[in-house]
Design a protein around this ligand. Structure first.
Ligand SMILES: [Zn+2]
Length: 275
């Protein structure tokens, strides 16, 4: 039997618990709102500027990181002055600089080129040991044969090998990306756990974004990462989210792309830069 006092104590304990849950729910909602995925249409790839602008050396940042997060909680890109590789993971922006270290940039830090989405996976696939970049492309292609749609890919696991690169910040007059990539630092890791984040874009996106697979890496301890050149999986789970909408945000600043020929065929430069 409970006394009236004990019942009161139990009730007030429950109410306190309920309050704590409500506070937690509220903070979760605020985090989701900050990441923008509550109000941004899902199944949408949002990109800042175009890959041809970046290849041509348009490295001035156009959108702040806090604004970028309103468009999605998952993605990849680079930073103002080409200062490293961007990984957006679970609503946080990470910056892998050319020293190979990972930084958390301030909300005011800007990006000249990035692609993000609200990651909302539809499929999960176990990737077997030994799979490399080519094998993973085949596995994802089989699981997501919609080649004319956008595909966000997240792979969490351990990797026998991971080879990445980053790019150093540039000074004006900016050299084209193909020149910068000739001196890019490359990092090779073995037996490392972490997350691959990136996209498969349709072939017809040429000039606007990177056709095919474009993947970045962030280690589990968030100290290493970069633009992926090669990898080999020990064991991993891949998650896939198909997007059928594309939003492209070009700079409002009319001077930003004034001297850039965005329609030029830069596919050979892209090949040299990405591989
Ligand atoms: Zn990249």
């Amino acid at each position: 039997m409970l006394t009236t006092n004990q019942v009161d104590e139990n009730i007030s304990g429950l109410m306190q618990h309920e309050e704590e849950i409500m506070i937690r729910l509220k903070s979760l909602c605020i985090a989701a709102l900050l990441a923008g995925c509550a109000s941004t249409p899902h199944e949408t790839l949002t990109q800042i500027s175009t890959i041809n602008a970046l290849l041509a050396g348009a490295y001035d940042g156009q959108m702040r990181c806090d604004e970028l997060l309103k468009q999605g909680d998952f993605g990849i890109g680079t930073f103002d002055r080409l200062d490293g590789e961007m990984v957006v993971c679970d609503g946080t922006v990470y910056q892998v600089r050319s020293d190979g270290k990972v930084y958390t940039p301030s909300p005011e830090t800007t990006t000249p080129f990035a692609a993000v989405t609200c990651f909302d996976p539809e499929q999960q696939i176990t990737i077997s040991s030994g799979a490399d970049f080519d094998a993973v492309e085949k596995i994802v292609d089989q699981a997501a044969p919609q080649k004319n749609l956008f595909c966000a890919i997240r792979i969490d696991g351990s990797f026998r090998k991971m080879k990445t690169r980053s790019v150093p910040a540039q000074n004006k007059p900016y050299p084209p990306l193909v020149e910068v990539a000739k001196h890019q630092p490359v990092f090779e890791y073995e037996n490392i756990s972490g997350t691959i984040i990136g996209f498969r874009c349709p072939q017809y996106i040429e000039g606007l974004n990177i056709p095919g697979y474009h993947l970045h890496f962030l280690s589990a301890d968030k100290t290493k990462g970069g633009h992926i050149l090669a990898f080999e999986i020990a064991n991993a789970e891949a998650r896939i989210d198909i997007a059928n909408r594309l939003t492209m945000i070009l700079p409002r600043d009319t001077a930003a792309l004034a001297d850039v020929e965005l329609g030029a065929d830069r596919s050979h430069e892209l090949e040299a830069v990405e591989k």
